[in-house]
Design a protein around this ligand. Structure first.
Ligand code: NAD
Length: 354
C-alpha cells in the first residue's frame, strides 16, 4: 500500500503516546504510523491492544538514544513526520535518578533531531518534527500570579523539568540553526485511562479500591491544571496538521485544582462507583513529607491554541474523572498486571511498607 504520510511517533506505548497512536491510526488510515518505544517500566503494549492489528500500524522496539538505529529507521520507513513523546516522565524518579532523565530526554531528543536532519538531508519540504513537552518548564507560580503563556521565560526546578526544558531548546535550535520545520506544545497535567499508577490519579483510585493509605504531599496545597488525555491527543492532532512552524502552543484545561480538593473528588467518585456510603474512604488520606522542591502551582493559558486552531477541552472535569474512575475499576487486569513485580519495590521505596 502507498501511504500519504509516514509518521514516527515515539513513546507510543506510554500513557499519552498510546492515545495519540490510537487517534492517528484510526483517523488516518492513509498514514503509516510507526510506534517507536523502548518499553521501559512505563511502556506497555497492552495499552494498544485494540489497534495493534490495523494495517497502517507498526511497532518497533528501540531506544531513541541509539543513533545508528534511528538513522536506519528513518530510512527504512521513509519517515516524513515525527511526533516525539518518548521520555522519562515522573518527577519523583528524576529526583532519585537524574542521569536517566538527561540521557533519555536530552540526548534522546538530540539523537532523533540529528537523525532526522541527516536523513532528510536538509530538504525539509513537507517534513515536520513535533516535540511534545510540559508546562513544568516554566517553573512555579504563586497563587495570585497570572497563568503561563507561550512567552513566559523558562525556569525549570526539578531534574525532570530541566531535562524537558533542555530538549525544547534543542528543538528550537534545530529550527533556528538548520531550518528544520519544528513545532512544540507544552501541556498541563494529563489524566485518563492507561496512566501508570505512580501518578496521582490512578495511584489514588488503585489505593482506595484496596483500602490503602493515600499519600498526600505536604498539606495538599499544591495546585495543578488538569486535562483529559484524549483532549491532549486531539490538540496534538491539530498542532501537527495546522500549527505554525517554529511556534509553541500551550495546552491546558483552564481547570486548576488544589491537590487536596482533587483528592476529595476522587474519593467521592470511587466510593460512589463502588457503592460505598459517602465518606467511607475519607480516612485513607495520609499526609507525607513534601516532595523536595515541590512547585507550588502550575497553570497554563491556552488561549493561543483556542484562537488559532479552534481547540478547546471537550470534557468537563467531573465528567472526565467519572469516566476515568470507571475505566480503572473496569480494567482490573490491566492494573493488576502493572502493580505486580517491580512496582511493589518502587512503591515501598517511595512510601514505605504501608
Ligand atoms: P509515560 O512515562 O507514560 O510514557 C513514556 C514512554 O516513553 C514509555 O512508553 C516509555 O517506554 C518510552 N520511553 C522512555 N524512554 C525511552 C527511550 N529511551 N527510547 C524509546 N522510548 C522510551 O509518559 P507520558 O505521561 O505519556 O508522557 C509522554 C510525553 O508527554 C513526555 O514527553 C512528557 O514529558 C510529556 N507530557 C506529559 C504530561 C503528563 O501529564 N503525563 C504532561 C505534559 C507533557
Amino acid at each position: 500500500k502507498i501511504y500519504k504520510r509516514h509518521l514516527l511517533i515515539t513513546g507510543g506505548a506510554g500513557f499519552i503516546g498510546s492515545h495519540v497512536i490510537r487517534l492517528f491510526v484510526n483517523k488516518y488510515p492513509d498514514y503509516q504510523i510507526v510506534n517507536l518505544d523502548k518499553l521501559t517500566y512505563a511502556g506497555n503494549l497492552a495499552n494498544l491492544k485494540d489497534i495493534e492489528d490495523k494495517p497502517n500500524y507498526q511497532f518497533v522496539k528501540a531506544d531513541i538514544c541509539d543513533f545508528e538505529r534511528m538513522l536506519s529507521l528513518f530510512k527504512e520507513y521513509q519517515i516524513d513526520g515525527v511526533i516525539h513523546l518518548a521520555a522519562e516522565s515522573h518527577v519523583d524518579r528524576s529526583i532519585k535518578d537524574p542521569f536517566t532523565f538527561a540521557q533519555t530526554n536530552v540526548m534522546g531528543t538530540l539523537t532523533l533531531l540529528q537523525a532526522a536532519k541527516i536523513v532528510w538531508g536538509e530538504d525539509f519540504e513537507d517534513k515536520l518534527f513535533y516535540h511534545v513537552s510540559t508546562d513544568e518548564v516554566y517553573g512555579a507560580l504563586e497563587f495570585d500570579d497570572t497563568l503561563f503563556t507561550e512567552t513566559t521565560p523558562y525556569a525549570p526546578h526539578s531534574p525532570y523539568s530541566a531535562s524537558k526544558a533542555s530538549s525544547d531548546h534543542f528543538v528550537r535550535a534545530y529550527h533556528d540553526t538548520y531550518g528544520m520545520p519544528t513545532v512544540i506544545s507544552n501541556c498541563s497535567n494529563n489524566y485518563g485511562p492507561y496512566q501508570f499508577p505512580e501518578k496521582l490519579i490512578p495511584l489514588f483510585i488503585h489505593n482506595i479500591r484496596h483500602k490503602k493509605p493515600l499519600p498526600v504531599y505536604g498539606k495538599g496545597e499544591n495546585v495543578r491544571d488538569w486535562l483529559y488525555v484524549v483532549d491532549h491527543a486531539r490538540a496534538i492532532d491539530l498542532v501537527f496538521h495546522q500549527g505554525r512552524i517554529a511556534e509553541t502552543y500551550n495546552i491546558g484545561g483552564f481547570n486548576e485544582w488544589k491537590n487536596i480538593d482533587l483528592i476529595k473528588v476522587i474519593i467521592k467518585t470511587v466510593d460512589e462507583q463502588l457503592g460505598h456510603a459517602a465518606g467511607t474512604s475519607d480516612g485513607l488520606i495520609t499526609y507525607v513529607t513534601d516532595r523536595a522542591g515541590h512547585d507550588l502551582r502550575y497553570a497554563i493559558d491556552s488561549t493561543k491554541i483556542k484562537d488559532e486552531l479552534g481547540w478547546e477541552p471537550s470534557l468537563q472535569f467531573e465528567e472526565g474523572i467519572a469516566k476515568t474512575v470507571k475505566w480503572y475499576l473496569e480494567n482490573q487486569a490491566w492494573m493488576d498486571n502493572i502493580t505486580s513485580g517491580a512496582y511493589e519495590q518502587y512503591y515501598e521505596d517511595m512510601y514505605g511498607n504501608r
